[in-house]
Write a protein that binds this ligand. Structure first.
Ligand code: SF4
Ligand code: SF4
Length: 199
């Protein structure tokens, strides 16, 4: 009799533990069913890159003086500066300029040190190609301005984490007037009494 009662007791405890585990699992499942998806439905939705995003480099041919500083500061001597000496002006004359984005590590050194500011980093990150040689951009390709996510009518721009209000993780359905958490890069270290302009 005692053995039977013990068996019943063990079985009851096991059943209660199993029910508790199932309830906890279902609670997590139902909790997630109530949440909106955080996943960005690329390419119909795209995140707006942050102000300091280091994407594809933009090059302005007319401003380049062929000094080759960008080559010297590049960790892999990547930019190819093709120039000839103009005997009349006795100055270097740029012929071609190229950067291979299949090799570039987007460190931004060339942009930082260019004396004429003819290089800049854009927000363009869609650089996938079937052939790696297509990633070798000449001065014409480098001179193309990037398409801004916010200006592209075919996509739904979404704020990335750095732009979201405090405590919000989901980029969907945020009203435009709702400010972002934290400070803009130009506000860091600025006078706190100055009016803060959020995005
Ligand atoms: S550092 Fe600037 S100006 Fe000099 S070669 Fe490079 S891109 Fe041209
Ligand atoms: S971003 Fe860096 S790796 Fe790429 S070309 Fe400029 S210096 Fe070289």
């Amino acid at each position: 009799m005692f053995g039977f009662l013990k068996q019943v007791g063990d079985y009851s405890r096991g059943a209660a533990a199993a029910a508790k585990g199932i309830t906890q699992g279902l609670a997590v499942t139902f909790d997630h069913m109530r949440r909106r998806p955080v996943t960005v439905q690329y390419p119909y939705e795209k995140l707006i890159p942050s102000e300091r995003y280091r994407g594809r480099i933009h090059f302005e041919f007319d401003k380049c003086i062929a000094c080759e500083v960008c080559v010297r500061v590049c960790p892999i001597n990547l930019p190819v500066v093709d120039w000839v000496m103009n005997k009349e002006t006795r100055k270097k004359q740029l012929k071609n300029y190229s950067i291979d984005f299949g090799v570039c590590i987007f460190c931004g050194n060339c942009v930082e040190y260019c004396p004429t500011n003819c290089l800049s980093m854009t927000e363009e990150y869609e650089l996938a190609a079937f052939d790696r040689h297509q990633l070798n951009f000449d001065n014409v390709a480098l001179g193309r301005l990037p398409t801004s996510v916010t200006m592209d009518p075919s996509v739904q721009p979404l704020r990335e984490l750095a732009y979201l209000p405090k405590g919000v993780m989901d980029p969907h359905g945020i009203p435009d007037e709702e400010g972002r958490a934290g400070e803009l890069p130009q506000e860091v270290g600025a006078d706190p009494s100055a009016t803060r302009q959020h995005q």
